[in-house]
Design a protein around this ligand. Structure first.
Ligand code: ZN
Length: 370
């Protein structure tokens, strides 16, 4: 048996044993949907990171607390963000379709030798006449495990024409060709904190039918989705219409947002806000506090205005608490002026919000040189 076949069988054994264990123990098995999923001591973004789960890592669910799931794996236990876990029972699906889907083939050689294993030196156990139809049970390198007349055995795949495959001649399967590497995701391994400005009792600016905290939240969620697509781990500083720190102090709330980036060793922190001034004021601008963050502020603003078509004001130094408290590269982007009726109308549209998110993500990619 060659390596590929061994791996195939080994992985299906693992999958089935995981499922049956789950059934016996009545503990749901879930797997991490993202790479570098933080496992924390407490169900909070401020909980200490114990370790990180790789994408596809399987854990047992012990309990669920709000947005957090208490899990165990190996000897470790900790809290992970529930939205990044998916049920492992979904692995059953490809399994079922695999067994249901019957691939058949026709013998092309005058007489085709059926062997005990997938090797030309294996013992011959039968011979099949040209035109004989067999069912392909499994592919093992250049060999097929076939079933016919209640019997099974291995044949050289080059002499089997798959039924329904129209391209003549069928290319002989190459043994053990490594799968083509998929292009690496541009932000894989990056941890990005997105800070939707304001929330809960602090709505931020309001006007022309817009409430700042809500627009900031909507755009932040879209940014999160696009960043995830690029392989980044994204942590939001608030979960819906809430504070980061709910004790009522604005300063504590802003410090909490910066701490989320610090505690998670984030690679970048992007705060998303919406401006308000006179009804004539227009355009987008960004802020930085540490000089080292100016390139992030520039990159995000440039890509943002390029994508949305809004007027570019500039990337400014700003003595803003959420930036001042930050220890990681950080910027605050003002999307546009909701006090300007024209910009407010634009910013209300889903098309704009999508462009805004794409622009911000492109800026982050530029900043990281991707
Ligand atoms: Zn604001």
């Amino acid at each position: 048996m060659n390596r590929k076949a061994t791996v195939f069988i080994a992985s299906s054994l693992v999958a089935s044993s995981v499922l049956s264990l789950g059934q016996v123990a009545q503990a749901a098995q879930k797997k991490s949907e993202v790479s570098n999923l933080n496992v924390r001591t407490t169900p909070s973004l401020k909980g200490k990171v114990l370790t990180r789960l790789q994408k596809g890592a399987v854990v047992s669910v012990l309990s669920v607390k709000g947005a957090w799931t208490y899990v165990s794996f190996g000897k470790m236990k900790g809290y992970v963000y529930s939205k990044y876990l998916t049920s492992v029972t979904t692995v059953k699906k490809p399994h079922k379709s695999h067994t249901k889907q019957e691939v058949k083939g026709t013998v092309q050689a005058e007489w085709l030798t059926v062997r005990q294993t997938d090797s030309a030196s294996a013992k011959a156990i039968d011979y099949l006449k040209k035109g004989k139809i067999v069912t392909i049970v499994e592919k093992a390198g250049s060999w097929y495990k076939v079933k016919y007349d209640q019997k099974t055995g291995y044949v050289n795949g080059s002499y089997i024409k798959l039924v329904g495959v129209t391209t003549p001649p069928p290319p002989p399967p190459k043994p053990d060709v490594p799968p083509k590497p998929t292009p690496p995701k541009s932000l894989a391994g990056k941890i990005i904190v997105i800070d939707p400005g304001h929330g809960n009792q602090r709505p931020g600016s309001m006007g022309n039918g817009l409430v700042e905290k809500n627009l900031n939240w909507t755009v932040s969620q879209k940014v999160q989705a696009y960043l995830n697509r690029e392989g980044a781990e994204v942590i939001l500083t608030r979960d819906g219409d809430s504070d980061c720190e709910g004790n009522g102090s604005l300063d504590a709330d802003l410090r909490c947002r910066a701490d989320v980036a610090k505690d998670n060793h984030a690679d970048a922190f992007i705060s998303i806000h919406t401006n308000s001034a006179s009804s004539n004021a227009m355009g987008a601008e960004s802020f930085y506090y540490q000089g080292t963050s100016s390139s992030l502020a520039e990159a995000v603003l440039n890509s943002y205005v390029a994508e949305t078509g809004l007027i570019k004001r500039r990337a400014n130094f700003g003595n803003l608490a959420v930036l001042r408290y930050n220890t990681v590269p950080s910027t605050l982007l003002e999307l546009g002026f909701l006090s300007n009726p024209l910009e407010a109308t634009t910013m209300k549209t889903a098309v704009f919000q999508d462009q805004a998110a794409r622009g911000i993500v492109k800026g982050i990619q530029v900043y990281f040189g991707k």
